[in-house]
Design a protein around this ligand. Sequence first.
Ligand SMILES: [Zn+2]
Ligand SMILES: [Zn+2]
Length: 142
Amino acid sequence: MSKTYEGRCFCGSVEFVVSGEPEAMGYCHCESCRSWSAGPVNAFTLWKPEAVKVTRGAGEIVEFHKTDNSHRKWCRKCGGHLFTDHPQWGLIDVYAAVIPDFTHKPGVHVHYQETRLRMKDGLPKMKDLPKEMGGSGQVLAE
Ligand SMILES: [Zn+2]
Ligand SMILES: [Zn+2]
């Protein structure tokens, strides 16, 4: 039995569980995440699609595709953000903020060239993305 963690939207109409461990965790500083979340940085956890199960309110989930690789999803009742599907990577970003019982253990910062909030935590700061995710693989100073 793998460990499961419950998550929900801002109003609670949508509930879901994630199970096991994510493939990666960190912070995204990109303009899209900042603009969409209205926050300075997005704490992400990336899961295989089969690890994420919506248990309530699936019909309330709506989505917007600014790019083919980021399908951003939220609850239409409250506007609370839930996930970003990344179909080209076969991963789902479940925002750390919506799975409060899961301990976010960040390993990397991505899109740091776009940062508006420098974070001096000693973790690697990728200019954009790691090479295996289609980026330059370049690391910047904090
Ligand atoms: Zn909601
Ligand atoms: Zn981002």
